[in-house]
Design a protein around this ligand. Sequence first.
Ligand code: NAI
Length: 345
Amino acid sequence: MIRVAFFDTKAYDRPSFERYGGESDIRFRFLETKLNEDTVELARGCDAVCVFVNDSVNAAVIEKLHEFGIRLVALRSAGYNNVDVHAAFGKVHVVHVPAYSPYAVAEHAIALLLTSVRRIHKAYNRTRDFNFSLNGLTGFDFHGKTVGVIGTGKIGRIFIDICRGFGMKVIAYDLFPAADSGIEYVSLDELLARSDVISLHCPLTDETRHMIGGSAIEKMKKGVVIVNTSRGGLIDAEALLEGIVARKIGAACLDVYEEEADIFFEDRSGHILNDELLSRLISMPNVIVTSHQAFLTEEALNNIAETTVANIRSCFENDGLCDNELCYRCGHIERCKNERREKCF
Ligand code: NAI
């Protein structure tokens, strides 16, 4: 029996995980709390921990997991910026779900964009109140506009395909441009200067943190629409607010926020939000915030559960070997699949 401490459990997690793993060789200990230095004790007695985007798997937590004899951190996400993979080296395996539904995220980015540009959220509220006025609801055609896509991996590519369907001109920036993809790659500066819409689909790394800050915003077109369904830390939220107040940024669609960890995923209505910046952003008429919801489709939840359970089994049945293991050692965190020696263990 593999005992798994399942942190940050939400109501929507349990059915899929119970379906794929709960009745078999895996026993989940479902915990509502997030994993951090204060809660790591709850994992004692387990063989693995299963975590999501706002659990904090830092060096101190990893040290404790190692001390408890826990051999595996199984991420229920693709992104792994919340795990200190350097510290994990030689102590604990780290596996993730590389792709569960890139469509879910790309489609959510489009949903935010359409909602914002065509003012659907405002129209919905108005007509519910029998207010049928169109004043202030003018949008713009997507057709013929230039969309700049930062990060052309799984999600970015699907986003690009959808944008092409609208008749948009697509330009992109990626550290590793995809050869023969037919995508027009440009420098980041050129993308910032030419785009009517900018959508972020790259991971959060030391290099990409605050890539959208004051100086990047200065280079953008007036009225630009920014979409972020990737990670909050890609945007300097203070600079974003300044750009909005200065009327430089036309609209912002945010599914993620740098300081989301203690705010998102919970019902905080009736409470005073202890985050002035987020409160101000939400109060802006041209900002839409969703609460890290882009992944949330039936298909994605099933794929997350199926892959995570397979990752856990693979690690315990194959002496730590798992295709979806992240490895710091070789410097190609996700690309060291066949080199057993180059894995964390
Ligand atoms: P992916 O790994 O397939 O693609 C990422 C792309 O970013 C790659 O082409 C890579 O070369 C590029 N890249 C890496 N460093 C870069 C840099 N410094 N500058 C520009 N491009 C760079 O990842 P995928 O599946 O497309 O996911 C993208 C991001 O979406 C994830 O990192 C994650 O943070 C976020 N995400 C958000 C979700 C949500 O619910 N809001 C759900 C799933 C993922």
